[in-house]
Design a protein. Structure first.
Lengths: 318, 221
């Protein structure tokens, strides 16, 4: 930076002040829109939700130093088949999803099952920012600053019994809000799962935001799983049910094409998808069209998670 | 009065020529970032898919020429067939070159591995290989030199279009709606030819078929 353009400390708006301004602007936008057409109003409500700031602390230990993708990339290029199978369909259609009120059913092999409002589910957990790599099974990747809390601390609250060997998550099923569910592209509702030891791993989080703001709908609002060492499809979105089970859950992609998608779905450059190579990936937004980068085992989280799979044949348990 | 022939040659052909160039022009503009970010977050994927789908669309357009001429009673449509076919080849060749030099960053070893190991790439690559002799023999001179064999050779396009559909179908993850549409159009276009062929053969063998069919030249590719 040249000497002339240096920003004086006195010029920087303190965070509480700009937050206040944003909230003020958002509320003004909301009031102004009341007079406008209903569609425009819905749009405004959306943007009001989007600017909602979250209080959080960065977890440096579990964050990568790599450059995060832009907000536009993260919210404009999504696989979320509930809103359509095109990459830009979720950004276009996800405004139909109502994320408030939202509740989550917790049941199965646990001492304290129940239905919790999202607020009550979140309440005891301080929010953390975790900048994670995301590797899609389609061989592209991003870096995303999630806001969330460890899945393990949520699990402990419900006291799973000794019979709880797996945890199963289910996405909302409502074709009115999720127009992609009108077509049986997958067997709705979407179901994903983890082995209990995977779920208890400190890298596994439930996310409620990104870039410091409430999660945009197309990214799985209001509550989604993030398991950074597995292919993106394991990180289920818009969760309405968490169930502890004794048996391995039947998960959506594994049901859809068992030869191509396994239950574990750990990122692994040594095990190709039957139809394409997983050796390398294209980092979205890297600027250079020619650049592919090598894919890392467990998406670069091998030091943390490889121990979970000791002695397992990862080519068979793909 | 302008003759219909002149109109086709002077107006419609240049117009179709420019229309066929539009997808490529959109991609070139997108690469130059105009309008900004038109190619989306994953431009490589957008370019690759756009080149491929226009290759398939133009291949189908080429195959629609003969049925249109016969059913629609629109003989002059034949004048567009070569242009459409060559444009199809243009997009499919670019689709392949882009895959090799950009997506795989000139990794020939990976290309060879893909062609052998990935059935959808085997299908697509075979389709491209089949189209090369057709593009090379698309000149009037080659047509004259090859005579009746030209037509036989150019029936390879039927195989290529089926392989193109397979190539598309085999790479979607779960949503097969779009490839199904292309496969259905292909089935209609090839089905029409098969039916045409049977009727003509029946007419030829029992001699009682309609004179219109019996008197016709062999089916166009």
């Amino acid at each position: 930076m040249s000497g002339h353009s240096k920003i004086l400390p006195s010029e920087i708006t303190p965070e509480p002040v700009y937050r206040g301004r944003r909230e003020f602007l958002a509320s003004v936008a909301g009031v102004g829109a009341l007079a406008a057409a209903p569609a425009a109003f819905a749009q405004q409500v959306m943007s009001v939700t989007l600017v909602e700031q979250l209080r959080y602390q960065r977890n440096a230990r579990y964050s990568t130093a790599e450059k995060s993708n832009s907000f536009a990339e993260i919210t404009g290029y999504n696989n979320f088949y509930e809103f359509g199978t095109g990459k830009d369909d979720p950004a276009e259609n996800a405004h139909r999803l109502r994320t408030r009120p939202w509740s989550v059913v917790i049941d199965g092999e646990c001492e304290k099952p129940g239905r919790l409002a999202l607020e009550d589910l979140m309440k005891p957990h301080p929010l953390e920012e975790r900048i994670y790599r995301l590797r899609c099974v389609e061989a592209w990747s991003m870096v995303i600053p999630w806001i969330g809390f460890p899945l393990a601390s949520v699990i402990q609250r419900f006291q799973p019994t000794s019979r709880a060997k797996f945890i199963e998550f289910t996405t909302l099923h409502d074709p009115k809000q999720m127009p992609g569910q009108r077509y049986a592209v997958l067997d709705w509702p979407y179901v994903e799962g983890l082995r209990m030891d995977e779920a208890m791993h400190p890298l596994a989080i439930l996310a409620v935001g990104l870039y410091g703001k409430v999660l945009p709908n197309q990214n799985g609002a209001p509550l989604r799983l993030v398991v950074p060492w597995k292919y993106g499809f394991k990180s289920i979105k818009s969760i309405v049910r968490i169930r502890f089970t004794e048996r391995m859950p039947a998960t959506s992609w594994a049901l859809s094409a068992p030869r191509e998608y396994g239950f574990f779905a750990n990122v692994n450059p040594e095990v190709d998808h039957p139809r394409w190579s997983q050796k390398s990936e294209r980092r979205i937004g890297s600027g250079n069209l020619l650049s592919r980068q090598p894919t890392l085992k467990f998406n670069g989280y091998a030091d943390e998670v490889a121990g979970l799979y000791r002695g397992m044949d990862l080519a068979r348990n793909f | 009065m302008i003759k219909a022939d002149t109109l086709t040659r002077r107006v419609f052909k240049p117009l179709v020529f420019l229309l066929c160039l539009l997808p490529a022009a959109w991609l070139v503009a997108g690469i130059a970032n105009w309008p900004p970010a038109s190619l989306g977050a994953n431009p490589v994927e957008t370019i690759q898919d756009t080149l491929g789908i226009w290759g398939l669309r133009l291949l189908l357009a080429t195959l629609a020429v003969t049925p249109l001429r016969e059913l629609g009673g629109w003989p002059r449509v034949l004048a567009f067939r070569r242009m459409l076919g060559l444009y199809a080849f243009f997009y499919i060749a670019l689709h392949f070159l882009f895959y090799l030099f950009v997506d795989q960053a000139s990794d020939w070893r990976q290309l060879l591995a893909d062609v052998v190991k990935r059935p959808y790439i085997t299908a697509g690559f075979t389709a491209l290989l089949l189209l090369i002799p057709l593009a090379l023999t698309s000149t009037r001179r080659a047509m004259r030199r090859l005579g009746r064999r030209w037509q036989k050779l150019h029936r390879l396009v039927y195989v290529a279009v089926v392989l193109g559909c397979v190539h598309f179908w085999w790479q979607v993850k779960a949503d097969i709606r779009e490839p199904v549409v292309y496969a259905a159009i292909t089935a209609v276009l090839l089905g029409w030819r098969l039916q045409h062929y049977w009727r003509r053969r029946a007419a030829r063998t029992d001699g009682s078929g309609p004179a219109r069919l019996a008197g016709q030249p062999p089916a166009e590719a």
